[in-house]
Structures are given as structure tokens and as C-alpha cells.
Design a protein. Structure first.
Length: 85
């Protein structure tokens, strides 16, 4: 796994891509969870964003990004809306 980390302009950001042998692949859910745990605490909320189409950028087809604003708390839905425990 390769990660590029940045912290500025009000955002913490990690971009991730995975090289498996000689091929890149899009990071899996488990790989993204691992990266989240490496760079943030267990109780921190981070997000992957789907921006407006007019603001979409794709510089590498196998990269995913995690984001967290540094000056505000990310709202999350009540647990019951997500699923049962």
C-alpha cells in the first residue's frame, strides 16, 4: 500500500493505492479500514467523498481518498438508520 498524506487548508487527507505484484488495484474496504486506523484514532470519523460531477477529478484510476475536516465534526446518522447491532 502507498499513502500520500496532507494536512492543510482545513482538511486532513490520505490518498491510497495498492500495488499487488505488478498490478494496481483499488483498495478494498479492509485496506481502507487499516489505513484509517494507521492515520486516525479509532473514534475519529473520516469520510470518502463523492463530489459534484462538475468538481470530479481522477488523476489515478486506482486511488481512493480519506478526508477529515480539521475544524469541525463530521455529522453521522443515528445508528438505527445504518443497521442493527
Amino acid at each position: 500500500m502507498f499513502a500520500i498524506v496532507s494536512d492543510g487548508a482545513g482538511w486532513e487527507h490520505v490518498s491510497i493505492h495498492v500495488l499487488d505484484g505488478k498490478k494496481f488495484h483499488i483498495p478494498t474496504w479492509n485496506e481502507m479500514c487499516y489505513i484509517k486506523d494507521v492515520f486516525w484514532d479509532a473514534e475519529d470519523v473520516v469520510m470518502q467523498l463523492h463530489p459534484k460531477k462538475s468538481q470530479y477529478v481522477n488523476n489515478h484510476p486506482y486511488v481512493l481518498h480519506l478526508w477529515r475536516p480539521s475544524d469541525q465534526i463530521i455529522p453521522t446518522p443515528p445508528g438505527i438508520l445504518v443497521g442493527t447491532r
